[in-house]
Design a protein around this ligand. Structure first.
Ligand SMILES: [Zn+2]
Length: 247
């Protein structure tokens, strides 16, 4: 589930590749060769070369077309689904699962020159993901609490990194851990707390069909974990931010 890897890894992959193989197989070979996992919520951008994503888009569209045919949908005569395969391929690779195929957005960190050590929270940050089990949406909000360490990042950067992490097929429990790992890598805070509240369409749209059920989970690290009053303060601040929301 790691996402940040040394950028020189791709150069270690074999240059001998059979170009007759589908691009997904070639990418898989590169990943296996250097031992990078490629689970649904892993980022595989390190092995992508120029033009690979375009080839992958064509391959995925072809497979989606076959899926539609297997669902006995007349895509040759139905004007509504004629280009659905291409749309779905673009949506998966460049939008809803872009966190798998694109590198982390550039996020600069700065030295904490004023030695700030008061906690602050950022939120709600909109999160959009999909469950790994059914590939249907998970939509919700996220709050991030920070007790700064030696480095700081801009407030808007938390939204960017959250969007990148959540734009993959996930289960919510793992998404929060991956986001926490990425934020720790970016600014090594003394304390980090993350709270996520989300609605899962695999529970709303199908299955038990519970329209109101949501899932709430959190991760607390560093000083938030060791100091119960700090943890309490984080949840209080989140409550205050929620009360500010326009309903
Ligand atoms: Zn599901």
């Amino acid at each position: 589930m790691t996402s940040t890897l040394p950028s020189n890894l791709s150069s270690k992959t074999s240059s001998v590749e059979s170009l007759t193989l589908p691009i997904s197989i070639r990418l898989r070979q590169r990943l296996e060769e250097i031992g990078i996992p490629f689970l649904a919520n892993d980022n595989i951008s390190h092995v992508l070369r120029d033009g690979d994503l375009e080839q992958l888009e064509v391959e995925v569209a072809g497979k989606v077309r076959e899926l539609l045919r297997s669902l006995v949908i007349d895509i040759d005569n139905d004007h509504n689904t004629e280009e659905t395969a291409e749309r779905v391929a673009r949506m998966y690779l460049h939008e809803v699962f872009k966190g798998r195929y694109y590198p982390q957005p550039k996020i600069a960190s700065f030295p904490n020159v004023k030695k700030l050590d008061e906690i602050y929270t950022v939120g709600p940050i909109s999160i959009r993901s999909a469950c790994s089990h059914h590939l249907v949406p998970i939509l919700g909000s996220c709050w991030i609490g920070i007790k700064p360490g030696d480095r700081v990042i801009g407030l808007s950067k938390f939204s960017r990194v959250a969007d990148w992490v959540f734009s993959r097929p996930h289960i919510q429990e793992e998404a929060v851990i991956i986001l926490a790992d990425e934020i720790e890598r970016l600014c090594a805070p003394q304390g980090l707390a993350i709270l996520v509240k989300a609605q899962h369409y695999c529970m709303k749209w199908r299955g038990v069909k519970e329209p109101q059920t949501s899932m709430v989970n959190s991760v607390v690290r560093g000083d938030f974990r060791h100091d119960p009053s700090l943890k309490q303060e984080f949840f209080e601040l989140v409550k205050q931010q929620e009360s500010l929301l326009i309903r």
